[in-house]
Design a protein around this ligand. Structure first.
Ligand code: NAI
Ligand SMILES: NCC(=O)COP(=O)(O)O
Length: 332
């Protein structure tokens, strides 16, 4: 039998909840349920320290320069060790510069491994976007970094839960810049990539997409802005001419009520918070962030570093588990 390629889990910010989520999921036996091997990409000593949060002694065994095994109780976890952070520099809940380079290195290693076909996909734990930038890695998030490393011009950030899926035309930028950068071509690409991914990766035969407006009341016939008539409606028209079942521009205030009842397979949103507020209202615990349009599989937790919880063991593992399950589904 051919050995299954591993799914890589990047540890995220060593000062955030990523390390303890991995350990908590491991101790709860959640990671045992996967047939496919999992490999953590991070810092073995930081993971060992995270085990102490759960009063669990974790042993480390080094096999080669990078390959380690972390054993907590009955369970073991292979770790690709990419950093040797000084414990004093990794205080729980206190993001620091040396962690910035380390968390970028975990992502870089994982994406390179996926691109050469040595891993089945990557699941990411949260990073601190400000700190990776301060460390000289100039990307606003995983999504943009991965697009660049994979040589893809347009990818789509989708946040997915059982009741609601949202995909975003614009991602990490200030609200005042949204209208300035919105354009018909990118709206159309977002609709197209969302449609293709729902068909090919989520197994939905004829996805029904709702495309949102950006202004109140869908612009009220131009009284509150003209992006709907000028930019969004032409994109929807073109998408429909390609056979995509897209409608809109819908008023964002009412549309989510119907989408959450199952009337749409996904909602195409114009900016980050437009989609993420309803998504997190419904799926705060178990939502998954998935990057559509990449040549590799990448899913992620839907939340951030949760510094207020780091070191308490209280952070919920449901989003990490859902992200691993989704990545596994996408390999099929
Ligand atoms: N994919 C990624 O790498 C993401 C990274 N971030 C980064 O995270 C940092 C903090 O961002 P915030 O806006 O504070 O969002 P956050 O998600 O870290 O925290 C917001 C609130 O949600 C709670 N929370 C988060 N995850 C939780 C979990 N697993 N279980 C229980 N409660 C949880 C936190 O305790 C906090 O009260 C920022 O630097 C941001 O850039 C934010 C979102 C995604
Ligand atoms: N709020 C979701 C988010 O910002 C995710 O960013 P990324 O690091 O996955 O690009």
């Amino acid at each position: 039998m051919v050995a299954l390629k591993p799914l890589l889990i990047t540890m995220g910010d060593p000062a955030g909840v990523g390390p303890e989520l991995i350990i908590k999921a491991l101790l709860a036996g959640e990671l045992d349920r996967f047939e496919r091997p999992l490999q953590v990409v991070g810092d073995a000593a930081v993971l060992q320290r995270a085990a102490k949060v759960f009063d669990c002694e974790a042993e480390l065994e080094q096999h080669s320069h990078q390959d380690w095994t972390l054993t907590c109780g009955e369970r073991s976890l292979p770790v690709v060790n990419l950093s040797y952070l000084d414990e004093e520099k990794v205080e729980f809940g206190c993001p620091k510069l040396p962690c910035g380079r380390a968390m970028a290195d975990y992502i870089e290693w994982a994406v390179a491994r996926c691109l050469v076909g040595l891993a089945a996909g990557m699941v990411t734990c949260p990073i601190n976007k400000a700190i990776i930038n301060q460390a000289g890695v100039h990307f606003p998030g995983h999504t943009e970094l991965l697009a660049e490393r994979c040589g893809v011009e347009k990818v789509v950030m989708m946040l997915a839960g059982e009741k609601l899926k949202v995909s975003l035309v614009t991602t990490h930028l200030g609200l005042r810049d949204v209208s300035r950068v919105l354009n018909t071509a990118e709206i159309l690409q977002t609709i197209h990539i969302t449609d293709q991914s729902l068909r090919n990766q989520f197994g939905i035969a004829d996805p029904k997409l709702a495309v949102l407006s950006v202004n109140p009341h869908a612009g009220e016939s131009g009284l509150f802005g003209d992006e709907e008539e000028r930019l969004i409606a032409p994109a929807i028209e073109q998408a429909r001419s390609y056979g995509i079942n897209a409608s809109g521009p819908h008023s964002a205030d009412t549309l989510f009520h119907f989408a959450a009842k199952g009337e749409y397979d996904a909602v195409v949103c114009m900016y980050h918070d437009q989609g993420l507020i309803p998504l997190k209202l419904l799926h705060f615990d178990d939502g998954v962030n998935v990057t559509l349009g990449l040549p590799i599989i990448r899913t992620s937790v839907d939340h951030g570093t949760a510094y207020d919880l780091a070191g308490t063991g209280k952070a919920n593992t449901a989003s990490l588990i859902a992200a691993i399950k989704m990545a596994e589904e996408m390999t099929k």
